[in-house]
Design a protein around this ligand. Structure first.
Ligand code: TRH
Length: 397
């Protein structure tokens, strides 16, 4: 017979710590668990919360966190309890309801857990963390309550966003300082190049590009443009869904981690997929970053470098208005010519038109400036973990 306990009652170290359960169902790729793991780490390390993360796909998770054991039903990493979640009924061996319950991306909580939430003396703060969208409606729906049809429980919709009135996006409190230290240290950057590619850093005049992308029909033309570029281009490609296109372009059987290939002015390195914390250094090293989905899109903005976003594709091109909504924020203050070039390039990279590299490259200085101004603007919205913690505490009073 399961026992219902408030997890905070079981903490012998600091009884006042807020206990938080995060539930994450991996739909595909790495974004769902990428966001949840980042949030879990921040709530634990920056807010002192006692966090438990339920995740149904340890294989995807292990790519971001190589220390994770695949055969453990329950393990603790970085002070966070990780439960292998066997949806839909499983809610841990002992049913404990936390003070704050986060249902990520509308994954359904186990019904026994919801029933136990309703029985709890003090109802937990229950939040549904939504996917990031830059669309205007998000601010209207952020923090809207939704009463449960049967139980005396209220779920609140927590919307990440890029503008005021939204939940913001995740940003660790030490991120800027860590980035600045890396950028200021020639030895750290040399060590990064040597460890990651086996090569010394390229000459300062080279354009370094990171490419994290889904399969993309526009990639062949872009590789040709980089091959024919007037200067040298160094492409850094984490192993993944775009690797097959690189292999075809270079006439190789595969473009697996450790491969180095050259055609014309383009040199490309295939990189091993790194643990999540290390991915930022790839973004900080590059002059321009191609990112995708949700979490790498956010990291590119905090890297304060020009970037190109491949949005997660949805049926009926439902993703295209979301792409334009992000552009409306990011490109808002750019001079017309630069904004048009950036918009055309992002559209081309997302299936509408053709990316024109020389045109984008011409505007890189203006885009570098905008990247810095935008990061400062985005920071005004506040870090998502901090915003969420603040709201949850108001619900616990
Ligand atoms: O993997 P994604 O395509 O995830 C997507 C999106 O989140 C999308 O919104 C969602 O609907 C879909 O999944 C199901 O892209 P994303 O969001 O950038 O997540 C990638 C994660 O992988 C991110 O946390 C960064 C991390 N990463 C590493 O840890 N190491 C690496 O080497 C690389 C390239 C990425």
């Amino acid at each position: 017979m399961p026992v219902e306990l408030a997890a905070s009652d079981t903490s012998s170290v600091t009884p006042a710590r807020i206990a938080c359960d995060i539930f994450c169902a991996v739909i595909d790729n790495f974004g769902d668990i990428g966001v949840c793991w980042r949030l879990a780490r921040q709530l634990a390390s920056e807010h002192g919360w006692q966090v438990r993360l339920f995740v149904d796909d340890l294989h995807a998770f292990q790519k971001l966190l190589p220390a994770l054991a695949l055969d453990q039903a329950r393990q603790t990493v970085d002070g966070i309890v990780i439960e292998h979640w066997h949806e839909p009924a499983h809610a841990g061996d002992t049913l404990e309801v936390a003070d704050v319950v986060i249902e990520a991306f509308a994954c359904e909580l186990p019904s026994v857990y919801v029933a136990a939430m309703a029985r709890r003396e003090r109802a937990p703060a229950w939040l549904n963390l939504e996917y990031l969208s830059a669309e205007d409606w998000v601010a209207d729906f952020h923090l809207r309550p939704s009463p449960h049809p049967r139980y005396p429980l209220t779920k609140t919709f927590f919307f990440p966003g890029l503008g005021p009135g939204t939940g913001g996006v995740l940003k660790e409190s030490d991120l800027d300082a860590t980035r600045s230290a890396f950028e200021a240290s020639a030895s750290a950057r040399d060590a990064w190049w040597s460890k990651t590619t086996g090569d010394a850093p390229p000459p300062a005049a080279a354009t370094v590009i990171s490419l994290f992308a889904y399969e993309n029909p526009a990639v062949d033309s872009l590789l040709e443009q980089w091959r024919d570029d007037g200067g040298s281009v160094v492409l850094l490609v984490p192993e993944g869904r775009i690797s097959g296109a690189l292999a075809r372009f270079f006439g190789l059987p595969a473009f697996a981690a450790g491969t180095r290939a050259q055609r014309g002015n383009l040199t490309a390195h295939a990189l091993a997929f790194t643990e999540q914390r290390a991915y930022d250094r790839l973004l900080w090293t590059s002059d321009i970053n191609f990112v995708r989905g949700e979490d790498s899109f956010v990291r590119a903005q905090w890297a304060v470098k020009p970037f190109v976003w491949q949005i997660y594709p949805q049926a009926d091109d439902a993703h295209l208005p979301k792409l334009d909504a992000a552009l409306a924020h990011y490109a808002r203050t750019l001079p017309d010519g630069v904004r048009v070039a950036l918009t055309r390039f992002w559209h081309g990279w997302n299936g509408a038109g053709h990316p024109d590299w020389p045109e984008l490259q011409r505007h890189l200085p203006a885009l570098r400036q905008r990247a810095a101004a935008w990061a400062a603007e985005l920071a005004q919205v506040g870090d998502l973990a901090g915003n969420l913690a603040l709201f949850a505490k108001t619900q616990l009073k």
